[in-house]
Design a protein around this ligand. Structure first.
Ligand code: PGA
Length: 254
């Protein structure tokens, strides 16, 4: 399966000039790197503006969130159809920072996943436990989050979807999970998806790791022989063009 590396810029950078500079530098830097999907998730306001020069770019665009309705009286929200019209292809749903700071629930995440799929966009569902589990423990909490996010989908839906395993304790802390822990989570998540939505979906699913990824550790999370982790969701390190390009290079070389 082709790996995927997604840059989650979060609420950065502060001005458009920096955002376009970073986007251009990354698009240029990853141009020759083969066999990998590179995605950038900037803040909403930059999405239409980064489109400039994107025609031949190998970088795809993601949104960091989406509302579940298509239109109407929902002040401040952005719909999946609006995102689709801008050329966005992926949408991050249920990031732990939204769950934590904005009270996003599993039920809301589920509605958003359904809306994103209906619009023909690819969801990047984020799951992860808040506190570190004991070594060798199956991440049961994470399994519950996956089930609640995907409940009500029909068999075959969520094909080619992405699930990011991001332990909350590893995000922005400089303490990533171990490759073994991340692989265990990936196998477990894929099994749950298989049970819920069938083998076709589970086989087409990419499970990726997020939480203190940098150029030094990125490649260690990628499994060679089994369907474990097949990419990364990168926060802090995605704001430095050179480092992010290096992550893409090393993941593609695995
Ligand atoms: P981090 O963030 O790479 O800065 O730990 C990852 C994320 O929140 O997606």
């Amino acid at each position: 399966m082709k790996s995927i590396v997604i840059a989650n810029w979060k609420m950065n950078p502060q001005i458009l000039r920096e955002a376009s500079g970073l986007f251009r530098a990354v698009a240029k830097g990853v141009r020759g790197i083969k066999n990998i999907d590179v995605v950038i998730a900037p803040p909403f306001v930059y999405l239409p503006l980064l489109e400039v020069g994107r025609g031949k770019s190998v970088v795809a665009l993601a949104a960091q969130d989406s509302f579940w309705e298509d239109r109407g009286a929902y002040t401040g929200e952005i719909s999946p159809t609006m995102l689709k019209a801008l050329g966005v292809t992926y949408v991050i749903i249920g990031h732990s920072e939204r769950r934590m700071h904005l009270g996003e629930t599993d039920e809301m995440v589920n509605k958003k996943i359904k809306a994103v799929l209906k619009a023909g966009l690819t969801p990047v569902l984020c799951v992860g436990e808040r506190t570190r589990e004991r070594v060798n423990e199956i991440p049961v909490f994470v399994g519950e989050q996956v089930k609640k996010a995907l409940v009500g989908l029909k068999k075959g839906e969520f094909k080619n979807g992405v699930i990011a395993y991001e332990p909350v304790w590893a995000i922005g802390t400089g303490t990533p999970d171990t490759p073994e822990g991340a692989t265990r989570a990936a196998l477990y998540i894929r099994k749950i998806v298989r049970d819920m939505l069938g083998g076709n979906v589970a086989d087409s699913l990419r499970v990726i790791y997020g939480g203190s990824v940098n150029a030094g550790n990125a490649a260690s999370f990628i499994s060679r022989d089994i369907r474990g982790m097949e990419g990364m969701l990168v926060g802090g390190a995605s704001l430095k063009a050179e480092e992010f390009i290096e992550i893409v290079r090393r993941v593609s070389a695995q």
